[in-house]
Design a protein around this ligand. Structure first.
Ligand code: FES
Length: 202
């Protein structure tokens, strides 16, 4: 009997008892690891609460603002810095009316947390105005590219950003490049005309 048991034992020397012993150790280790993870989770994430002080670079100037971490860049621009060009038309950013430039890229200020823009260069439509307005601003005026004007600041910034990257854009490219902005008044023909006028040099 003893001989037959020895003959049926696996040649590898890996017995059922050893397997059970081993899997028990693995289960115990997993349980310990899970407890450790729960202990870390119990401490909670590193949450910033209440008002916090931020320094933002807006239109070439460093400005300090105090706001909650959940505050959008659009709210900081409009209600802390009185820069009301970017518009709160669609808080999900689908209208493009809150378009600003961050490090040269067009983004929706309505869907960007202000604190994520710290250390970056923010440019609003106001930076394209002044005594020497940008060519895009002048073209919008000359080609009557606005009606109610709510979408206009976002379009001006979007056109500027697009033409900076595509100075020789065709009409089809301009139309495709501006498809993130909506004009409910339907002034698209004039907006495209204005953008193409800048491409042609005036
Ligand atoms: S001019 Fe009115 S939404 Fe564009």
């Amino acid at each position: 009997m003893t001989d037959s048991k020895q003959k049926s034992a696996p040649k590898s020397g890996f017995s059922r008892r050893a397997f059970l012993r081993g899997s028990g150790a693995v289960a115990a280790a997993t349980a310990l690891q899970t407890q450790a993870a729960v202990a870390v989770d119990d401490q909670g994430p590193n949450v910033v609460r209440g008002e916090t002080s931020l320094t933002l670079n807006v239109n070439g100037q460093d400005v300090n603002v105090s706001c909650e971490p959940r505050t959008t860049l659009l709210d900081v621009l409009r209600y802390h810095l009185d820069l009301t060009g970017a518009k709160p038309v669609s808080l999900d950013g689908s209208s493009g009316a809150s378009t600003v430039l961050i490090d040269g890229k067009p983004v929706m200020a309505s869907t960007t947390l202000a604190m994520t823009a710290v250390g970056k260069e923010i440019k609003t439509v106001e930076s394209l105005g002044g005594e020497q307005p940008d060519e895009v601003v002048k073209a919008f005026v000359e080609h009557d590219a606005q009606q109610c004007g709510f979408c206009t600041p976002g379009f001006v910034v979007a056109v500027r950003a697009f033409l900076d990257k595509n100075p020789d854009a065709t009409e089809a490219e301009v139309r495709a490049g501006l498809n993130g902005n909506i004009c409910r008044c339907g002034t698209y023909a004039n907006i495209v005309e204005a953008a193409l006028a800048v491409v042609k040099g005036g």
